[in-house]
Design a protein. Sequence first.
Length: 380
Amino acid sequence: MTNPSPHEDGQTIQKLLVGVIGLLDTFSAEQRAAAVSSFDDPQRLDWDIIPKPDRVGVSLHNLDRHQKVVVLDLIRLVVSREVYTKILAIMQLEHVLRKIEADFLGVGAPLWRTSDSYFFSLFGRPGFEDTWSLRFLGHHVCLNVTIVNQRWISATPSALGQQPVAGVGVLNPLADDEGLGFALLESLDDEQRRHAVIHDVAPADFVSRQVSHIGALEYPDHYDLGMPQYQISLEDRRALALVRAEPSGISADRLDDDQRALLGRLIDTFLGRLPAMAADAYRTRLDADGAGGIHFAWAGGLVRGTPHYFRVQTRELLIELVNAVDDGNHIHSVIRDFEHDFADDSLRAHQAHLEGRGSHLSTRTTSSEGTELTADNWAW
């Protein structure tokens, strides 16, 4: 590969692969048909965390007790223990939402808002020396794990949300994800805040939206899908734009040591959504790039209970957290890789290799008759 990614993690890939193959062996024909799609299915790139009527995958409703445990164990393999508990808490908040939204949802309340309305999907063929992906998706949770040639792994985009945020008792899973952003904002002096705060209006959702690959320039939508009660203007959209080559906000080299430590804790909180080896590799390169390569930007209200947004942008990563609709009581957050979302760069490099040198998988089913014996290394 011409540009080696930091995501070589044979141990995690092996555990995922044998776990998935074992799970598939327990599936009925109906469960397997629901769970498995082709790798080139456009739904593989649909990672929106709002309720939608066209989800693919097998839902937890249709798995038995043992199968559900295995699905959750697979999730545990690709996130930190802390993030695993956050995901479980986010799913349980659906029961709180069912009571809060009973009048709005009517007869649909017990169908929309349950901790079983999450879908497990496989795209491609989970096998040795093969390329495939796993997704776990539902309201406020989306984990995308892509395996390329049983060698490279990508776990972005990884999105988590929380609703409600206020008055939730002990279930406050994204307290640090949001709270560390506020702590950093509140630590800034007037001059630092002048650089960090890029606009007085927050976007309705991620500025990068749900595009499968972040472009050189991205504008937020006018409003979030299905929630037109919070809207922003054309001027707001321009002010909030994401320009990859010109990061907005304050660079970390303008922060003091304590503030940089806060920013580091914030980034590490989001890195916990990735497999441990990938998270460590990102952190190593962040440290090597230096403080000048990290930018923190804030928009919207400066206090809780008002619509607000922040992002952290580095050479490789984009972190976004928005809490705008419902007066700052509804979080969406995500960590993304500019080049490696859905393993995009690894897939392109692997495809080029296949076109030039072929595949070990294809030689196993093709006769040697009429060919010359040549040296090759398909497992590159």
